[in-house]
Design a protein around this ligand. Sequence first.
Ligand code: MSP
Length: 689
Amino acid sequence: MSDKQKFYITTPIYYVNARPHIGHAYTTIVCDAVARRQRMLGKDTFFLTGTDEHGVKIERSATAQGIKPKQLADEVAASFRALWDRMGISYDDFIRTTEERHKRGVQELWKVLKKNGYIYKGSYTGQYCVFDELYVDAAGPGAPCPECGRPTETVSEENYYFKLSAFEDKLLKYYNEHPEFIRPETRRNEVISFVRAGLRDLSISRSTFSWGVPVPGDPKHVMYVWLDALSNYITAIGYGGDKKEQERYAHYWPADVQMIGKEIVRFHCIYWPAFLMAAGLPLPRGIVAHGWLLFEESKMSKSRGNIVRAETILEVLGNDALRYFLMREVVFGGDGSFSFDALVTRYNADLANDLGNLASRTLTMIAKYFRGEIPYPSAAVGRSAADEAIATLGTEVIAGFGAQFDDFQFSRALETAWSLIAAVNKYLVENEPWTLGEKQDQESRARLGTILYTAAEALRIVTALAHPVLPESTARIWRQLGLGDIKKMNPAKLKWGELKIGVKLGTVEPVFPRADKSAIERMQKMEEQRSLAHKEAEKEKTSPQPAGAGAQPGQPATQSATGPAPAAPAPTGAAPAAGDAKISIDDFAKVEMRVGQVKFAEKVKGADKLLRLEVDIGTEVRQVVAGIAKAYDPEKLIGRKVVLVVNLAPRKLRGLESNGMIVAASFGEEGTPVLASFLEDVPVGSRLK
Ligand code: MSP
C-alpha cells in the first residue's frame, strides 16, 4: 500500500433498469473531477463507481423486456462502463452487485450484524414503493409513496429486521459532533429532523422474489436491495475478502467523499451509518449531496421520458464541453437546468471565446515574435502597473480556486479561474501586443516580452487549475505551452511567475472550434433519432413474434374502452378480421389518450355498474363516470394509474358529468373490464401515441 495520504471517493451505484443519461453522467463527472484534482495533489486516490443490479424493480424491468434479470444487468452495466470509458472517466474500479466478491462481502456484513444482535425475525405488513425500493410504514393500502408519489404496493411477509430504532440517539450525536458528515447544510438539517421524528426498525429481507443476495443460513430470503447496494462501498475495496483484500479495505476505508443525488440522502445518511455503527465499522468522512439536472423543467429521468444522452453531446462538442457545462452551469447542491441552447452558448462564450482565444492569441504571438520560445519579462524596462495587477490576481485566483473547488463550489471555482482569463484578455486588448510586435526598438520588444510572458503565465495557471474539469483540452494547451505532462503538475505548488523563460512551445493549434447554431439542431435531431431507435429495439425485445401472431382464436387482441357507457355495452374485444377498414394515423391522432391517476373513487348511487372517479391528468383533475364497478372496488383504485381518453365531449350519466373515458380491455360474455396499465412506471399526464 502506498505511503501517500489516501483519498477514497464513490459515486452511487446506478440501477440497471435504465441506460445512462446525463443525470448519471453529472455525478460521475463531478467525482471524476474531484478524483483528478486529488491525484494531482499527490494523494493515493481511489475512485469507485458501479451498478446496482438486484431488487424487484430490476426483476420487473427485465420481465417487461422478456429477458432474464442477469441479461438486463449485463447489458446495462456494460453500457454504463462503455460510456464512462468513452468519457475518459478515471474510475479505479467498477463494482457490480451481482459479482461474487460483492455477494461474499455483503453476506459477511449480514453475519456481523446478526452476531452483534441487530438482526431479528418479524413479520411485515405494509406498503412498499418499488420505484424507490422503500418501505413506507405509515401509509395505508394504495397510498402514494411520499418520495415519488407513485402508488405503493401492499406487502405482507415474514422478514428479517434491522434494529434501526437503536441508532436514533447515536446518529443524532454523530451528526452533532461531525458537522461535515452531511453536506450541504440543508440536507443535514432534513436528515436531523427526520431522525428526531423517530426511527422504526427496518425490514431488510424479502421472500416474495429471488433476484438478490441470499440471506446467510436462510436462502428463501434475499437481502433488502438497499442493504445490498450500500455495502458495495466496502465490498469493492475488499471487505469480507482474503487477507490482502482486507488490508486494502483497511487502507481505503472510511471513504473521504461519498457523492450522491439528493433523492437518496436518507439511505446514505441514516441507514448506511446505522449499518456501519452496528457492524462496528468506521463511518465515511463526508456524504455530499447534489441537486438534480432538470430538462424541460423536471428531473431528467427515464420514467418522465425527458432524457438527454451524453453520447450526443460528446459527438458534437466533445467530452470537455459537457464536463465544463455541468460543473460551471449547475450551482453544486441546487438543481440545474440543461438545454442544448445553454450548452452551446456556454461553450462558445467560455471555451471557444475566453479560454480558446487567450490560448491561441498568446501562443501564436509567441511563435511569431519570439520564435516559439517563452519570452523574458523585463524587470526594468517596459513594466506597467497592469502587469502587476495580473500577477496579483493570478496569485489570488490560485488560492481562491483551490479553496472553492475543495469545498464543492465548482461553479464558483471556475468563475474565479475565468476572472483571470477575462482580465488577461482585456489586458491584451488594452496593451496591443500585436502593434508592439511590428516594432523593432528595444523598449517595444521588452514591453512585448513582458506582456506575452504575463499572458502565457496566466494561461499556464488557468490550464493547471482547470485540468480536473477539462482534462483533454488542458492537456493539449499544456503541451502547446511546451510543459509536457500536465498530470505531473501539483496545484498545491502552483505559483505565479514560475513559467520558465526560453521554454520551446509545442505545435500551436486551436483547441475549441466555435460551434455554430446548427450544432443545437444537430444534437436535438440526434437525440430524437437515438430515442426512436431505442424504442424500436425495446419493442422488438418485448414482441419477438410479429404483432398478432400469438393470438389464439377467440382471444382478445384489441383493447376496448370502458367509459361512461353502461347504456352502450362495451365491445367484447374480438380481434378485427383481416381486411377490416383501416384508419389513417391522422384519424388515430385525433384521439388524445393520457395517463391519469385516480385520486378518488366511489360507487354511483343506484347504478350497480358505475363508479364516479376523480382522475388527475397532470394539468387538472377530471370527474369521470366509468362502468367498472362490478370489476373494481373503489378503494383499491385510489392511487392507480389509468389511461384516459381526454378529448371526448362531456356526457351526463345519472346526473353526473363524465369528462373522459377510461380505457380497458373487455372480455367474456359479460364484457368484464380490465383496466389498461403499464409494467413500467409512467408519469401522470404522459400522452399515449
Ligand atoms: N441504485 C441507487 C443508488 C444506490 S447507491 C448505494 C440509485 N440509482 S439511480 O440509477 O437511480 O441513480 C442514482 C444517482 O444518479 C442519483 O443519486 C444521482 O447521483 C444520479 N442521477 C440520476 N438522475 C439524475 C438527474 N436527473 N440529475 C442529477 N443526478 C441524477 O438511486
